[in-house]
Design a protein around this ligand. Structure first.
Ligand code: ATP
Length: 458
């Protein structure tokens, strides 16, 4: 089909278009919608879960599977509150809160607005006060000081408290990393912009432990590595930039922090996608958190250096990515509305998702749904391919409409069974980005698995 479509040229100009697509196609729903929703809270639907799993898998492949030096753990969410006291979260995990004293009574994070008047109604604002954003909960039936526990606001502490366990069981020497992917919870003052900032979200973090004194070098390396990961997965380079945190704004544990920012279609535009922090602010450039946990627990959190015959507390670099924020970013960057014909009446919505991220890797379609022979062959192809990948099957409409339906959810390939397939056992494969149905020629059914394997390789 001739097309004027320019893959990946466009840009999402209005987040609401993506919000609508996510709801319409089962990526993300407003939470508890039948009760009118719950402010800024979302549920992931069938396609959203597939997308999130694919983001997670791509991260694991890059950082665990294809490296020799990083192990993955999964620590308990609810743990000893002593962890959060030692890490400084109980005393330091605060955001400055201001409230409008005028008509609207809105609340804001003081560090996110640059005015002394309410951005909504123009009323005066009260003086900033610190607000701890950790969610508290209670363990056991009696509610008292002793029973307080916290929902984790980050994954890092689960790693630091397991440092000695992982180092000894995996017989690690420096440098090595420990990674974790799980939910985090923050009682955000101003959640919003769809799933950009929510109260519960998923994070993918690495604590990479290094010889003291080599932390700065490692930091530079990780900023480059993490930026490359987004680009390799299709995020356009021009939509990414680095933001260096000013020295006087660094967190209490950080020697240096650089955010990888993305140009979001809301707010100020540029917003944090991932933060890379050099948490080596302990004595002699060692890990601030290991040092704190040593002092609080009385346990040694060091490695024994056989050559130097001494215990060494390593430095540490932390690349901290948001899984759910990354999923949103991939969707935003992939979204496009393409004018297909010269009269500009035919516009298709397409997600140019990297095949590794696409919820379905391919869709199998019989050219005509009411032809039993076509349906039989199509079902056979579908059954075979879905043993290996998430594959869609659709026959509910005319073929043109079916292709567009798959474009909208980012399915990279549509495999069509036509009458000729009954004769030659071959299929046509339509490419999502170019909409071309002939560039791959007719592919033998028995070669489809190999064909997909090579085209989906990441
Ligand atoms: P911000 O300044 O936006 O509040 P942060 O600097 O506190 O973020 P980090 O603690 O560095 O964030 O968390 C690492 C990553 O986790 C962020 O880059 C982001 O991708 C993700 N993240 C943090 N808070 C949220 C949230 N409330 N909702 C969704 N993702 C989040």
């Amino acid at each position: 089909m001739a097309t004027t479509a320019e893959p990946r040229a466009g840009r999402l100009d209005d987040l609401q278009k993506l919000v609508a697509l996510c709801k319409r196609r089962g990526f993300v729903f407003p939470s508890a919608e039948i009760y009118g929703g719950f402010a800024n809270t979302y549920d992931y639907g069938p396609l959203g879960v597939l997308l999130k799993n694919n983001v997670r898998d791509a991260w694991v492949r890059t950082n665990i599977q294809r490296r020799d030096d990083i192990d993955l753990i999964d620590a308990a969410l609810i743990t000893s509150p002593k962890v959060w006291v030692a890490s400084g979260h109980v005393s330091e995990f605060n955001d400055p809160l201001v409230q409008c004293l005028g008509e609207c009574k809105n609340r804001y994070r003081a560090d996110q607005i640059d005015t002394t008047r309410c951005p909504n109604c123009g009323g005066p604002l009260d003086a900033p006060r610190m607000f701890n954003t950790m969610f508290k909960t209670q363990v056991g039936p009696v509610e008292d000081e002793e029973s307080i526990a916290y929902l984790p606001p980050e994954t890092a502490q689960g790693i630091f408290v397991n440092f000695a366990n992982v180092a000894s069981t995996m017989r690690r020497k420096l440098p090595f990393g420990i990674a974790q992917i799980r939910k985090s919870f923050r009682n955000e003052i101003t959640p919003g912009n769809f799933v950009f900032r929510t109260l519960e979200f998923e994070q993918m973090e690495i604590e990479y432990f290094v010889e003291p004194g080599t932390d700065e070098e490692s930091f530079e390396y990780w900023v480059g590595e993490r930026e490359r990961w987004y680009i390799d997965l299709g995020v356009r380079r021009e939509n990414l930039r680095r933001f260096e945190h000013p020295a006087d704004k660094l967190s209490h544990y950080s020697k240096r922090t650089v955010d990888i920012e993305y140009r979001f279609p809301f707010g100020e535009g540029w917003g944090e996608l991932e933060g890379i922090a050099n948490r080596s602010k302990g004595p002699d450039n060692s890990s601030w958190d290991l040092w704190q946990h040593e002092q609080s627990s009385g346990q040694r959190l060091t490695l024994f250096d056989e050559e130097k015959k001494q215990h060494i507390r390593p430095g540490v670099v932390e690349p901290a990515a948001g899984l759910t924020r990354a999923a949103l970013t991939f969707l935003i960057d992939a979204y496009d509305e393409e004018v297909i014909d010269a009269t500009k009446t035919d516009v298709r919505t397409v997600l140019h998702l990297h095949p590794a991220l696409a919820p379905y890797k391919a869709c199998v379609l019989p050219q005509y749904r009411n032809k039993p022979d076509l349906v039989r062959v199509a079902r056979g192809v579908y059954e075979e391919l879905r043993r290996r990948w998430m594959i869609a099957y659709d026959s509910g409409s005319n073929i043109g409409k079916l292709y567009r339906r798959q474009d909208e959810i980012g399915t990279p390939y549509c495999i069509t069974i036509d009458f000729q397939s009954l004769e030659d056992n071959k299929v046509t494969i339509r490419d999502r980005d170019s909409m071309d149905q002939s560039r791959f020629g007719r592919v033998p059914i028995e070669e489809l698995r190999g064909w997909l394997d090579s085209h989906l390789d990441y």
